[in-house]
Write a protein that binds this ligand. Structure first.
Ligand code: NAX
Length: 331
């Protein structure tokens, strides 16, 4: 039998946490034959709610779930974790300045970086979900210097999956037959959902999404804005932000990272930029990646047209500015 993998979920008493922990306990993240021990962290005001989630996990009698650690102490929660999904953070509240929200999250991610660095298992893989996701991941990287930068990522897979969903709806094809969209940049409305390399599987082979849709105005306009604004549309409809789709996409992100992407398929991950595609180095930027043996690699050599270049640069500029804002909060 396989050794259990320890998976940390921070903000586990929140909305996404509530959707995510049962998925992990059912094997959606790491596979149906992989036992897990769930580590859940939240803050003291949420301790009682966290205990309620723990009770429900016990009640659900998940065969793969070999243990539960529920704690409001970061050191205890991080002990020996192999995978860390960072969902906890400080949300923007009405009337708050961007800088104030940034300052709160910078301080959370700085201290949780240290907790992970000191207590997580060697080679722990980290996924930051909490917003501002790219910049929280960058702060985590900066303050956990002994965690290799390749082990720190942020979630743009939800945006990637939203793009697949829109193409599938538009063409009335199975979402599983659509692949190789790209989310470039920030997990914010400046992101660039790129379909220029995306394809659909058809009986006569893979066909380009651009050719099949045959409506550049839609692909360059409404498609992009729908994906960029989808989070706001969900809030408007549900009066709550995306949770089940965020949780499911977080599972997709970790599963593909650990178990590998299928041959010929890439996914989008926010990773530490090495300057590929002339994206500034030193920011966490979403790129197309393939994964093998637990490691991601940026897909190289894709042709980039002028319109794409501009959008990729604009979202990079926003991340450079967020980085400066985050650093100003540290000063
Ligand atoms: P909730 O407010 O329901 O839950 C957040 C939880 O985090 C709460 O239980 C809170 O007590 C806890 N928390 C706060 N500070 C903490 C700390 N220092 N340590 C541990 N836990 C802490 O928010 P939810 O809807 O679950 O969203 C969580 C985060 O995901 C938000 O930042 C949200 O903006 C972000 N999202 C990111 C997405 C992405 O694709 N990257 C999409 C969905 C979501 O909007």
């Amino acid at each position: 039998a396989k050794e259990p993998v320890r998976v940390l979920v921070t903000g586990a008493a929140g909305q996404i946490g509530y959707a995510l922990v049962p998925m992990i306990a059912r094997g959606v993240m790491l596979g149906a034959d992989q036992p897990v021990i769930l580590h859940m962290l939240d803050i003291p005001p949420a301790a009682e709610a966290l205990n309620g989630v723990k009770m429900e996990l016990v009640d659900a009698a998940f065969p793969l779930l070999k243990g539960i650690v529920a704690s409001t102490d970061a050191a205890e929660a991080c002990k020996g974790v192999n995978v860390a999904v960072m969902v906890g953070g400080f949300p923007r509240k009405e009337g708050m300045e961007r800088k104030d929200v940034m300052a709160k999250n910078v301080s959370i991610y700085k201290s949780q970086a240290s907790a992970l660095e000191q207590h997580a298992a060697p080679n722990c893989k980290v996924l930051v979900v909490a917003n501002p996701a790219n910049t929280n991941a960058l702060i985590l990287k900066e303050f956990a210097p002994s965690i290799p930068e390749k082990n720190i990522s942020c979630l743009t897979r939800l945006d990637h999956n939203r793009a697949l969903g829109q193409i599938s709806e538009r063409l009335s094809v199975q979402v599983s037959d659509v692949k190789n969209v790209i989310i470039w940049g920030n997990h914010s409305s400046s992101q660039y959902p790129d379909v220029n390399h995306a394809t659909v599987k058809t009986p006569s082979g893979d066909k380009s999404v651009r050719e099949l849709v045959a409506d550049d105005a839609w692909l360059n306009g409404e498609f992009i804005s729908t994906v960029q604004q989808r989070g706001a549309a969900i809030i408007k409809a549900r009066k709550l932000s995306s949770a089940l789709s965020a949780a499911s996409s977080a599972c997709d992100h970790i599963r593909d990272w650990v178990l590998g992407t299928p041959e010929g398929t890439w996914v989008s991950m926010g990773v530490y930029s090495d300057g590929s595609y002339n994206v500034p180095a030193g920011i966490i930027y979403s790129f197309p990646v393939t994964c093998k043996d637990g490691e991601w690699k940026i897909v190289q050599g894709l042709p980039i047209d002028d319109a794409s270049r501009q959008k990729m640069d604009a979202t990079a500029a926003e991340l450079v500015e967020e980085k400066a804002l985050a650093y100003s909060c540290l000063a």
